[in-house]
Design a protein around this ligand. Structure first.
Ligand code: ADP
Ligand code: TRP
Length: 332
């Protein structure tokens, strides 16, 4: 049976890139596989401590978001990374066989550290090793993520292979990335060359799952497009990144293909298309935001979900940690 694991950092409101690129795909696995979804709060520390109250709040909000998007805590284990000590335990061990050369290639570190690398933290540098530990700890077979995480997943596979070679047996399952759908890389609404991201300074670059009706409409109306009408073929979107992005978002929201969307809107102007897009966003995103509020209002529910999730995650992960300790001769 497949075992699926994924996670998102609790670093602010979720946008439709996270939703279409990651969480929406997670939901589909729940019926056929064992599923574990982690709120990676230790990863969130790699860009600085946000403050105790905000940290707590961000984790709970992320759990509410997972559930509002369709993750069912009765089918999936939903847990906080910091509730499971195995993540840090395994991360250290894996870090000791990860060559610096591999980490130096990570583009996300280069982007996040920016020009001032000397001031970037060890945590930010070691981020991909902790991520490898998140995955290998559960012997996950598949990891559904957006396209930006491909390099980190390849590193996790390399680390698993290195560990297996080191101990002389196929101990870790080599996890498969699952990067699928028409919206694996949703772009900023302000610039089709940039990824839609929580950290973009412009609020108009992204639609949040918590945005209200008017804000959604405003952001879409202001979204950058070009002056050409909508083409009638997929090839016609080449070199038109903003147009391509909006069409892909629409296709993903409607669970159709880009070609189907083009077939309906070919020759039309973007102003007409944007109106349809606003309506589609209203019918798909607004209910998620409302559900999140309801979940957060049910005071103890989120805490109970986290408690149950941590119990299951600890059961699985402590077995792995013990086996790893044994394999390399550490005291249990
Ligand atoms: P962000 O880059 O906005 O801070 P995260 O790094 O927390 O988002 O990403 C959480 C999940 O959402 C990951 O699986 C990531 O691949 C996916 N994701 C993030 N941004 C996008 C995007 N623009 N398009 C598609 N998937 C995305
Ligand atoms: N690095 C991922 C991101 O920025 C988040 C993450 C941490 C993750 N651990 C993971 C994703 C394990 C999948 C599996 O989006």
């Amino acid at each position: 049976m497949k075992r699926i694991l994924s996670g998102i950092q609790p670093t602010g409101a979720i946008h439709i890139g996270n939703y279409l690129g990651a969480i929406k795909n997670w939901v589909t696995f729940q019926t056929q596989s064992e599923t574990l979804f982690c709120v990676v709060d230790l990863h969130a520390l790699t860009t600085g401590y946000p403050g105790a109250a905000e940290m707590q709040n961000n984790v709970r909000t992320m759990v509410a978001c997972y559930i509002a998007c369709g993750i069912d805590p009765k089918k999936s284990s939903v847990f906080a990374q910091s509730d499971v000590p195995g993540h840090c335990q395994l991360s250290w061990i894996l870090g000791c066989i990860t060559p610096l050369g591999w980490l130096n290639r990570m583009t996300q570190f280069k982007d996040k550290a920016g020009k001032n690398k000397e001031n970037a933290s060890l945590g930010l540098y070691g981020y991909p090793v902790l991520m490898a530990a998140d995955i290998l700890l559960y012997q996950a077979t598949h990891v559904p993520v957006g396209a930006d995480q491909k390099q980190h997943l390849e590193l996790a596979r390399d680390i698993a292979t290195a560990f297996n070679r080191e101990v002389g047996e196929d101990f870790f399952i080599i996890p498969e990335p699952f990067i699928q759908g028409v919206a694996t890389r949703v772009m900023s609404l302000r610039d089709g060359a940039d990824k839609m991201s929580k950290s973009d300074p412009s609020d108009y670059s992204r639609i949040l799952l918590t945005d209200d009706m008017d804000v959604i409409a405003q952001k879409i109306r202001k979204a950058k497009t070009d002056s050409e009408p909508i083409p009638d073929t997929v090839e016609g979107l080449a070199d038109r990144p903003e147009a391509q992005n909006l069409i892909q978002i629409m296709a993903s929201l409607e669970e159709t293909e880009v070609a189907d969307v083009l077939a309906r809107y070919a020759g039309e102007s973007f102003s007409l298309f944007k109106q349809a897009m606003i309506e589609t966003l209203h019918s798909t995103i607004l209910p998620i935001g409302q559900k999140m509020q309801e979940i957060l209002a049910a005071k103890d529910y989120v805490d109970q979900v986290l408690k149950d999730g941590a119990e299951r995650a600890n059961d699985i992960s402590q077995k792995t940690v013990q086996q790893v300790y044994q394999l390399i001769g550490l005291r249990k």
